[in-house]
Structures are given as structure tokens and as C-alpha cells.
Design a protein around this ligand. Structure first.
Ligand code: ZN
Ligand code: ZN
Length: 118
């Protein structure tokens, strides 16, 4: 998975390397989402393009104040999303959260937002 590699690379540069990674999958089995984030507060949610379900990424939505949509450089907004987590000692103990996306159209992988876990 290339997106995981990109998040790994990014997280290493950030100083808090991820130890966990997962792709976001909707309960309708779709893996394409619209991605919204608040980069100042550190918050993001994904909205399934198929069934419109809203997924709160790691319970961060309660912190959001100004959410903006993330789109790929090519203009595509239906993205495959992956989440990387850097932890302290235990997996539940989140330290830093990275939200990345893969674009099916132009094949770009990137980290769109990341925040220090609260
Ligand atoms: Zn869905
Ligand atoms: Zn693209």
C-alpha cells in the first residue's frame, strides 16, 4: 500500500512515526470519501460518496470549528483515505494522528492533515 508508505515517510519527518495504519472503509463497503478537516483545531471527518455516511475520524469532530474540504491537486474529491497513528506505549494511547488520501485518478498519495492527539 503506497499511501501507508507516504504517511510513514511524512510521520518520520514530523518526529512521531506511526505504529498503526488502517484504510478507511465504509459499512457499505465503499472506500471513496469526501474528506473534510480543520487543520487548526486538528479534526477531520470523511463522508462516503455512495451512502453519505459521515465518519468521525478518531472522535475528533467535537473539536472542529472551521471544516474545509480537501481535494486532490487534480480536482478529484472522491478519495481513498488512510489513517496513521503514532502512539506512546500502548495502542490506545494516541500521540499523533495523520490523515492521508490516495487519488484514484492521478495516483497521488499525500497527508492532508495531522494533529497532536488530545
Ligand atoms: Zn458508504
Ligand atoms: Zn488526483
Amino acid at each position: 500500500m503506497k499511501l501507508k508508505d507516504e504517511i510513514q515517510r511524512y510521520s518520520k519527518l514530523n518526529g512521531y512515526e506511526i505504529s498503526h495504519y488502517h484504510d478507511v472503509l465504509c459499512r457499505c463497503k465503499s472506500e471513496k470519501f469526501l474528506l473534510f478537516s480543520d487543520d487548526t483545531e486538528g479534526s477531520a471527518f470523511a463522508k462516503c460518496v455512495k451512502c453519505k455516511t459521515k465518519l468521525d475520524i478518531l472522535d475528533s469532530l467535537k473539536y472542529a470549528s472551521d471544516l474545509t474540504q480537501n481535494v486532490c491537486n487534480c480536482g478529484n474529491e472522491a478519495l481513498c483515505i488512510g489513517i496513521g497513528i503514532a502512539t506512546y506505549d500502548t495502542p490506545e494511547d494516541h500521540r499523533w494522528i495523520y490523515v492521508g488520501a490516495h487519488c484514484d485518478k492521478c495516483k497521488l498519495d499525500g497527508v492532508y492533515t495531522d494533529w497532536n492527539a488530545r
